[in-house]
Design a protein around this ligand. Sequence first.
Ligand SMILES: O=C(O)CCC(=O)C(=O)O
Ligand SMILES: [Fe+2]
Length: 317
Amino acid sequence: MDSKLHIVQLTEANSTLGTTSWKSTSDSVRRALELHGCVVVDYDNVHAAAAAAVEGGVFGVLKEVFGLPLETKMKHKSGLLGFGYEGNYPEMPLFQCFGIEDGGTHQGIKDFTTLMWPHHHGHDIFCETIHSYSNLLSELHNTVMKMVVSSYGLDDKYYDNLVDSSLYMTRLIEYRPPGENESDIGLQSHRDKGFLTVIGTNEVRGLQIETPGGEWIDFEPSPSKFLVLAGEAFMAWSNGRIYSPLHRVVARGAEMEIRYSVGFFSFIGGILQVPEELVDNKNPLKFKPFNNLEFLEYCKNGGGPTTESAIITYCGI
Ligand SMILES: O=C(O)CCC(=O)C(=O)O
Ligand SMILES: [Fe+2]
């Protein structure tokens, strides 16, 4: 097994539908998601410059929001698993996060900042910085989704339907370094329960992804590199072609700095079913139609195994 994550360079040219390099780029993104369930995207200079411009600011403003008093942070609530404020878990004390619904939109971030900084009617620098970074992640999310649909030879309407029915979450995460005698677990190993996740981080290592063969591989952070991960809903939609990997965050011995990450997550609303083009005699239907948000609720209530694919228990045939 290849012990490196698959890296794809995305440029303006190869990530635009209809260009000569679109097909080969889409195929390599799709292949990486089938083999590893993830792909590292290295954005070209144009995007990297945009990323770098906001990157310096992003992780600075994150420090501010996580530094707010606990009672302020706890005002951010949601009934959905992983949305809302989370932290102070005895089994992973280093971790805290805010899951912001519609965090790719200006309004979503604006509402969040108004809640966190009510006396200042929000926090404009925070709002603009997080919104532009989230936008970058969302653009990348849509490009990858379009590439996979296209690489399977499916009509664009599948992409349009997925995008139109998606519920999006931007998750801001902080991992502080462990104290003496404290566990080094930042985030316990899990598979994402949505469709597709895009993660950007500061330059502190710690994110690891497990290959289907059971080997843990480090994601090497850099301002122009983003990790795209397939969730279990994507695996089911693709009739099991796309893999959804276990991943975790471990505070590594030498890295005693705070690790920040921003994740952009999609969940599909309504009923999700395998496109009929992905089912034939050689590939019989493996998943019943399902509701991604009900699957999330099922996982929240402890349903399904944690290391095996919960989606197989939930709606596998
Ligand atoms: O912080 C990271 O890099 C990973 C976060 C993650 O896996 C998640 O929030 O589901
Ligand atoms: Fe995850």
